[in-house]
Design a protein around this ligand. Sequence first.
Ligand SMILES: [Zn+2]
Length: 219
Amino acid sequence: MIYLPVAHADASYVIPLEGGRWVSNVIPVHVSGGTVWQQNQALQAMKLWNQAQLWFNDKYFPNSSGYTFEPGDASAPVQVTMLNSSIIIEGVLGWTDYRLENGIIKSAKVGIAAAYPEQVVLVLSAHELGHVLGLGDDVLCCKKDLMNASPIVHNVSAIPTTLDLYALHVLATVSTVPRFVWLANQIPYQSAVMSPSLINDFDSCYDGISARSERTASD
Ligand SMILES: [Zn+2]
């Protein structure tokens, strides 16, 4: 759905939200289906969100912990399925379904059409994981934003922007989810800066997932 903001007509950077937020700061994600390299794009996208939030919160909100994706098992609240196809339904390369209760996201299911080059699958995965976190499709500004409604058409980067990350900060701190978030004036709109020092050490968890998936992967 497309909503038009009316109260902040002068603001440039705005993103809609999906109407729900996570209560837990740690969000386990189970990735299944497709091939090992396709699953690895989803795992890499989880890392991008984690690291981008570390960078953003360190810079602007040092007391905020943000949300952390971690690899989970088949009982994880987030289930990501990599589909070895080029389309889900007409015009749709990725989808996210929520179970919402009173504005709280209880679980989410994601499907990714993963029969594309790695970078495309990474962008699709990162975009859908943005939905998992409660971000909506950006149809109002920012053609090059990861959360743009047509990320592949607009050839966006898989790296979240300060608009996306500020919206996550709002989601992590409010009790009622607003319909839109406008980027705070003092924060410039830009992509997150990924520093190697921000890379955390849960690669070892990924190895476990890869080992499991190799037994079920189709190639
Ligand atoms: Zn979307």
